[in-house]
Write a protein that binds this ligand. Structure first.
Ligand code: MTE
Length: 338
């Protein structure tokens, strides 16, 4: 089997990090100024302020994650330390549960993932609907370690479990006039507090929508993930099934998907609809294109301790997956198609 250790995407990030552990309120308050500058993903700055404190919330975890059978894909291993599991589970963006980083964990533990229904339709030969069991049993599940770079300039390194989107698309048969894939998150305001309140949900018009071109969707890096750290996904990470597109900003990796539609029209993704000057359709990680309100040249590596006091490292083009994906954009002006 080809071991791709020589690829840039596998290189050691020497800038990693001694752990800094500060939980006292003075430091948190000191970092508020920085937070307001580096975190304002949603426009209201109030969300940024809530975020700092919501990280300190705790919860009795009641959602049960089950162990999964999987094989490790050694082509996608990482030489850098994994993000601590508790950070991946408790430092989240999932506006359906609130805009604070601790909200998804705090407010999603009763979320029902079974029964679930994922429909794949549109310009396909054989539309199908998968139930909860299908998602976990119908496809061979593999583990891949991927970096995730949020548009807010922080990053994680996560062991995902899942199967490639291409596997699913090949099964349904993509018609030749399909140009894009549109993804939609579940709409369930009774279970998702952010969907029933504009204030809690960051003014998003739900359901959350994302999209990829067909060529992007067929790239072998793109995963439909059903788990992490050896177990099924937690609700706050997008259970029971989410997208993972490691060379794009994290907001492309849509959670809790109920619909995948093949289409000939470019979908208008949620963040583009909210702020077309700030968030595009492509959203490729690109240190040369700053967000209008902050730099994208480097990123905070989320590790143990206060998330605003972490080591930074340089952001890599396409999040370090350049060899695998640069060809998709060879004739594209990435300043315009951000
Ligand atoms: N999907 C939905 N449905 N709603 C969201 O708010 N947030 C996105 C993405 N997927 C989001 C979503 C953003 S901004 C990021 S950075 C990642 O999920 C975060 O994934 P994580 O919380 O599992 O780390």
């Amino acid at each position: 089997m080809l071991i791709k250790h020589s690829k840039k995407s596998q290189l050691k990030e020497s800038q990693l990090t001694s752990e800094s552990i500060y939980k006292d309120r003075r430091n948190i308050i000191k970092s508020l100024g920085l937070a307001a500058l580096t975190f304002p993903f949603a426009k209201p700055v109030s969300a940024a302020l809530f975020d700092v404190f919501s990280e300190e919330k705790s919860n009795d975890v009641t959602f049960k994650r089950s162990p999964l059978n999987f094989t490790k894909n050694t082509n996608y291993q990482s030489l850098t330390p994994l993000t601590p599991e508790n950070k991946v589970l408790q430092y989240n963006n999932f506006y359906e549960f609130g805009t604070g980083k601790g909200d998804p964990f705090q407010y999603s533990q009763q979320f029902k993932v079974d029964p679930w229904s994922l429909t794949i339709d549109g310009l396909v030969d054989k539309p199908i609907t998968l139930n909860y069991e299908d998602l976990l049993k119908k496809f061979d599940i593999e583990e891949r370690l991927y970096r995730m770079r949020c548009v807010e300039a922080w990053s994680m390194n996560i062991p995902w479990l899942g199967f490639t989107l291409a596997t699913l698309l090949k099964q349904v048969g993509v018609k030749s006039d399909a140009k894009y894939v549109r993804f939609e998150t579940v709409y369930d305001p009774e279970q998702m507090r952010g969907q029933s309140s504009k204030f809690i949900g960051g003014s998003i018009n739900f359901p959350y929508v994302e999209g990829l071109t067909i060529e992007e969707a067929m790239n072998p890096l793109v995963l439909l993930s059903v788990g992490l750290y050896g177990k099924t996904l937690a609700p706050q990470n997008g259970a029971p099934i989410r997208l993972v597109v490691p060379w794009k900003y994290g907001f492309k990796s849509i959670k809790s998907i109920v619909k995948i539609t093949l289409t000939d029209k470019q979908p208008r993704n949620t963040w583009q609809a909210i702020g077309p000057d700030e968030y595009g359709f492509y959203a490729n990680v690109n240190p040369r294109v700053d967000h209008p309100r902050w730099s994208q040249k480097n990123e905070r590596i989320i590790a143990e301790g206060n998330v605003f006091q972490q080591e930074r490292k340089k952001t890599l083009m396409f999040n370090g997956y350049e060899e695998e994906v640069a060809h998709l954009y060879k004739d594209m002006d990435l300043l315009r198609h951000f």
